[in-house]
Design a protein around this ligand. Structure first.
Ligand SMILES: NC(=O)c1ccc[n+]([C@@H]2O[C@H](COP(=O)([O-])OP(=O)(O)OC[C@H]3O[C@@H](n4cnc5c(N)ncnc54)[C@H](OP(=O)(O)O)[C@@H]3O)[C@@H](O)[C@H]2O)c1
Length: 360
């Protein structure tokens, strides 16, 4: 069994605890928390797994890292990238296999800033650990899924990857209002779409798709559209969103090849289903979907609708992103130490998950 710790118990961490606990080759050895009130609590109670797991959450980072083989790093990285990088590097330098969605800049290691990439490569060399970064909305939907489907096409004009979300049931005030700008005046500039930020977060995914298709992106451009609410809406979790404030946001990170937009990672978000009804929606009218469209011959469209905690698609999307990185741990453990990208780590079939008996 691979002794595995989960660091963080937020949206991603909860799903990670469940995924590690369910994996036939992984042993949930420890859970690291930042919030002092969570120290000592059972991992089962912190993760919506429905039973006690017998693993008490700890804030002893060094003690935990000394006794594990693998780490799922689910602590926040977007607001503390240097600290997250230092945490992860410490683990890699101890020979630990680390997986995480928290290092946005490392999605495509080849185009990542040297100040991020070089310390990781040094830690790999020093300690023999590995790192795989994936999971950003939701990772596989913007890398291996479009690449896989591209292999079914005869000709390809454009590849579009969409995350479509209605935040009605999403209880994350700070992200929804401050970061994305829902309910804010139309002259408010949401930090998530401030110029260059979308390219920083999703540009690596555009480059990875291009790399898989044997082309190079000449330029990454951004396109943002916003819509105001026609009516005030009440949200059970997050309160009132006033008429005239932002009710929908849509943006694209566009990979330009030979002067044309060829690869697009797009987000379409709303605070209420009635806002921007002409924008893309999930096929079943649900609160979210991930979609890949290959424009070409034939035209190919794939929709993925995953649900989890409380039946919502936001936690379902999270859980699939987590499944991708957690299920890759045994493969990473079996391969050479290194810094891996999503094209190098295969999608691992759910071996042992139907019966919990490992047969291959
Ligand atoms: N949710 C998604 O769909 C998604 C998708 C892609 C990437 N990500 C990235 O994955 C990471 C986690 O996302 P999330 O949705 O799980 O966030 P979240 O629910 O807000 O949870 C935040 C986590 O960060 C920990 N934390 C907060 N401040 C910390 C600090 N100063 N030092 C160490 N740990 C700290 C919290 O610790 P405690 O466990 O003690 O509460 C908690 O585990 C973020 O970087 C996010 O950008 C998330």
């Amino acid at each position: 069994m691979i002794r595995t710790a989960v660091w963080g118990t937020g949206n991603v961490g909860r799903a990670s605890i469940r995924a590690v606990d369910a994996h036939p080759e992984l042993d949930l050895t420890a859970v690291i928390v930042h919030n002092p009130e969570k120290v000592g609590k059972d991992a089962g109670d912190l993760s919506d797994v429905g039973r006690t797991l017998g693993v008490a959450a700890t804030d002893d980072i060094d003690g935990t890292l000394a006794g594990i083989d693998a780490l799922v790093y689910a602590a926040s990285g977007e607001i503390r990238p240097e600290e997250a990088l230092a945490d992860i590097n410490k683990a890699i330098a101890l020979g630990i296999v680390a997986v995480t969605p928290s290092l946005y800049g490392m999605y495509d290691p080849d185009s990542a800033p040297a100040e991020f990439r070089d310390p990781i490569l040094a830690a790999v060399k020093e300690g023999g650990g590995s790192l795989f970064v994936s999971g950003i909305d939701p990772g596989w939907g913007n890398d291996i899924l479009p690449v896989l489907i591209s292999g079914l096409a005869s000709t390809i004009d454009q590849i579009r990857c969409q995350e479509i979300f209605d935040y009605t049931t999403y209880d994350q005030q700070d992200s929804v209002r401050f970061l994305i700008g829902m309910g804010e005046p139309m002259d408010y500039e949401p930090p998530m779409v401030a110029p260059t930020i979308p390219s920083m977060v999703w540009g690596g995914q555009v480059r990875l798709i291009a790399k898989a298709l044997g082309v190079e992106v000449d330029e990454i451009t951004e396109h943002v559209e916003r819509r105001a609410l026609d009516e005030t809406v009440e949200n059970a979790a997050m309160g009132t969103f006033e008429k005239g404030t932002q009710g929908a946001l849509r943006f694209e990170v566009q990979g330009v090849i030979d002067g044309e937009v060829k690869i697009i990672v797009e987000h379409v978000t709303r605070i209420h289903p009635d806002c921007a009804p002409d924008w893309p929606s999930p096929p079943d009218g649900g609160d979210g979907a991930h979609r890949v469209i290959i424009e070409g011959r034939p035209r190919i469209e794939v929709n993925v609708e995953a649900t989890d905690e409380g039946g919502n698609r936001a936690s379902g999307g999270n859980a699939t992103a987590v499944g991708r990185i957690v299920n890759s741990i045994p493969w990473l453990k079996d391969n050479e130490p290194g810094l891996y990208d999503a094209l190098q780590v295969p999608l691992i079939p759910g071996v042992g998950k139907l019966s919990r008996t490992v047969t291959a």
